[in-house]
Design a protein around this ligand. Structure first.
Ligand SMILES: Cc1cc2nc3c(=O)[nH]c(=O)nc-3n(C[C@H](O)[C@H](O)[C@H](O)COP(=O)(O)OP(=O)(O)OC[C@H]3O[C@@H](n4cnc5c(N)ncnc54)[C@H](O)[C@@H]3O)c2cc1C
Length: 392
């Protein structure tokens, strides 16, 4: 057993959770991994994979029984994200996005909203979390989408960009500004828009470097009318919902990056144990051993931190912003480094599409950009040490 497998064994899961993780691993290795290159090449949305995930009832694991689910721990959820992304990063992000967008409804929705909106996700529906706009990326507070109250309806105008599951979702959690409250961040408000809402339109699917089978689209809201009953929290309460929801989705993004990174590490180790040059296996060169030690060490430390953050969240901690930022940036920087080194260790063969390390490297890049770029996470983390001074 390797150091990484032993670390995995330390994650506190119930027997039922271990069985589910084993089923996800079997599905990932048996079906998702063999299909990944094909979906990457075609760029088709992997409906077959989504059907397979739904056959296992996987959305249910982050939804309480009362809303049609069978909730398990956050740690179990993260283990499943890792298993999936090790096999097919596109499928993993499609599924993880269901969690990212359903969590705000569970945490901040009314009982009526949870009962009305969540069971369709528990039954296998897709969800999307819509924050980014063409002129508001790293600084989401600059968003321009407007929510204007009109009797029992809210009129939504504006648009979003780069939305994962954008054109396939059943439920959209959308952030915009409550028009009567002006244009500042105190106007940010969260709203649920359901599939088929009048005035909800989609842009084209982005043609991306990696995650080519996940759908990334712009959304356009043209006089889009939504029942006022879909308002999540109070008008102006959106920034708090946004920040608290990101604390739960960022560790998930880290787990996704660590799955990719594990796949690259495993492929590289297998290859350099076989490939020979100068009469020796590549793994026998000391320079390569130093590199392996550094990479395995980083992977182990990031995974250990992932399980630390999972324990905090499973224990009910809310204020995990620093931990989540540190985890997100270290795990995703590692995914980029690991996949790049894996290509390097495969020599020229690593640069060709016949081997999956080429895809892993392309898939890894976005992890440093989405859910807050790593520059932004460094800024958040560094700023958290700034002592407050009274104005002199
Ligand atoms: C495939 C894909 C899927 C996505 N999925 C979703 C989704 O489902 N929902 C959603 O809402 N969004 C999604 N996004 C959007 C993603 O979160 C944004 O792209 C990201 O937040 C960066 O915003 P931006 O692209 O506008 O870059 P910008 O904010 O314009 O940044 C450009 C560069 O400037 C740097 N920069 C910006 N501000 C600072 C600063 N203060 N200090 C130092 N450097 C800075 C950034 O780090 C970056 O390197 C997705 C994007 C992609 C590509």
């Amino acid at each position: 057993m390797t150091i990484l497998q032993r670390l995995e064994e330390t994650v506190a899961l119930t027997r039922e959770e271990r069985m589910l993780v084993a089923s996800v691993r079997a599905l990932a290795e048996g079906s998702l991994a063999p299909r990944a290159a094909g979906f990457d090449a075609s760029g088709d949305f992997p409906w077959r994979n989504v059907e397979d995930l739904n056959a296992l009832g996987l959305n249910a694991m982050f939804i309480p029984d009362a809303y049609g689910g069978a909730a398990l721990s956050y740690a179990a959820y993260l283990r499943c994200v890792m298993e999936m992304s090790r096999a097919c990063a596109s499928t993993a992000i499609i599924w993880a996005t269901n969690f990212h967008a359903t969590k705000p409804v569970l945490d901040f929705g009314t009982e009526e909203q949870r009962r009305r909106l969540v069971p369709r996700i528990a039954a296998g529906g897709l969800a999307a979390l819509c924050i980014t706009e063409p002129t508001a990326g790293s600084d989401a507070t600059g968003m321009r989408t407007r929510f204007t109250p009109a009797g029992e309806e809210i009129v939504v105008s504006g648009g979003k960009t780069f939305i994962t599951n954008g054109d396939v979702a059943d439920v959209y959690v959308v952030f915009g500004k409550w028009a009567p409250l002006g244009d500042g961040k105190e106007a940010i408000t969260a709203l649920v828009i359901e599939k088929g809402a009048p005035g909800l339109r989609f842009g084209r699917r982005e043609d991306k470097m990696g995650h080519r089978a996940s759908s990334t689209t712009a959304l356009l809201f043209e006089d889009c009318r939504v029942p006022r009953a879909n308002l999540l929290g109070a008008p102006g309460g959106g920034l708090d919902i946004l920040l608290r929801s990101l604390n739960k989705s960022r560790p998930s993004i880290a787990a996704h990056a660590l799955g990719l990174s594990r796949a690259a590490f495993e492929d590289a180790v297998a290859y350099i144990n076989e490939r020979r040059q100068s009469g020796r296996r590549i793994v026998e060169f000391q320079g390569i051993q130093f590199l392996l030690a550094d990479l395995a060490g980083e992977q182990a430390l990031c995974e250990a931190w992932l399980w630390h953050v999972a324990r905090l969240i499973d224990g009910g901690a809310q204020d995990v912003g620093q931990e989540a930022s540190l985890l997100k940036l270290r795990a995703t920087d590692l995914a980029m480094r690991m996949t790049t080194e894996a290509v390097q260790l495969h020599g020229g063969y690593g640069y060709c599409k016949d081997l999956r390390v080429e895809r892993l490297m392309r898939d890894a890049k976005i992890t440093q950009i989405w859910e807050g770029t790593n520059q932004i996470h460094r800024q958040l983390l560094g700023r958290s040490f700034m002592q407050k001074r009274a104005p002199s």
